[in-house]
Design a protein around this ligand. Sequence first.
Ligand code: GBH
Length: 499
Amino acid sequence: MFHSRVLFSLYTLLQLWTKATGVDDRQFPSNFKFGVATASYQVEGAWDEDGKGENIWDHLTHTTPDLIYDGSNGDIACDSYHKLEEDLALIKDLGVDFYRLSLSWSRILPTGHIDGQINEAGVAYYEDILTKLQENDIQAMVTLYHWDLPQPLQEHMGGWLNDTIVDVYGNYARLAFDLFGDKVQYWATFNEPHVVCQQGYESGRKAPAITKAPGIDLYTCAHMVLKSHAKAYHIYDSEYRATQKGKISIVLNTNWYEPVSDDEKDLEAAERNGQFSFGWFANPIVHGNYPQVMIDRIGERSEKEGFDKSRLPEFTSQEIEDIKGTYDFIGLNHYTTSLAEWIEDYEIGEPSSNKDISVKGSLDDSWESSASSWLKVVPWGIRKLTKWIKDTYNNPEIIITENGFSDNGDTLDDPRRINYYREYLSSLLEAIYDDGVNVTAYTAWSLMDNFEWLQGYSEKFGFYSVNFSDPDRPRTPKTSVKYYKTVLETRCLVEECVE
Ligand code: GBH
């Protein structure tokens, strides 16, 4: 076929180019795993079918479509709810070791509550995916919460601001372990709590888009999320681990924060940035309690602002113990790097989390761009970041749970995506072999183009292109499919390393 020949020669060219650009020629360890990811709201569609309840993304996109770049929503998305066989064929074709997906809470429990109705059709859908993955020897990594909270829990309880959500979430988690745990090798309790809380309850760039108490609500949210995470971890640990033998943790996102200079103050600013983003969650989970720099700074500022206690909630010593150690690995979503520069602390006034951090962030103009304003191609960042995690958090097992590149999807030929993967994976090989970082698996984002939150369908991260104007939502492979397949087959990034 003419088409595939063009793809093939392009690929050969890229391989040749590889030799010239110093891509690492070592092979990934034999037990290293590769996967690919999606998330329920971004791909499933069928937003009100077969008994599914409304969630905060259904609600946000329907009530304030102006917030979404193209006024779109996830009502149909990739229609994955109806295209299980097709999706499975794509996953199989890639040759991945595992597939990372998330459960739509309101598809399983329409009200969010365990004592409401369990939606059998929703359960059957996930049952079906997981069974088929198992039949095909593909492991499952399942995220319990990738941002789609049942709307009733938002409306009647205030979502992640209300303490009672800890038990409500715990019950949902137990049900999921109970129903699906025999087919799940990796569980993630939450996807990116930083985004859930900072964007959901401060910047307003994610549902429920609540912006009314900056510098306060996001910390309350994180407090509840951490307690909910620990709750689910302990339920799994005490009730399911022995029989189901999976691993469970949380997925945290962070940039690498590169100091703008080697001035002591910029180094301090970059470290503080990392503590306020990754450390906010990693410190309680690995070491117990929030990072000291957060406790100190938010405490001091709160006092000066006239609060009678810190805006950062305090854990009881029992809670600190409950949360500490609740990880079997660290799930890391990493896409990009930003620069961190020391600045004078913001003056006391209206609180905000940015003022608490007081670091000036920026991007380097020389870094290659993508279709997402925040995403620059900075491959060495993943090496520095994983080394920092190794050194700061007791050398944990790290699983890269997301990493990927966006373009605007003009063509099926996506050499810039291929380049991104090659360079980031090359840097990861250096982290593994030269820095001794214990990275055991890697997940590309994403299987296919999908609903990119406030960016709607304008930024594409997929290996497969989806035609969103066709009611059938046909999927077509991009050039990067062939690239990722070859990486997975050879477990390496250059031709020469394979005998
Ligand atoms: C991931 O987050 C998500 O898990 C996934 O669902 C998503 O599709 C993927 O990224 C690609 O975006 O709103 O301009 O302030 C990645 C971490 C953190 C990156 C928040 C974007 C906000 C940019 N994200 N960040 S902005």
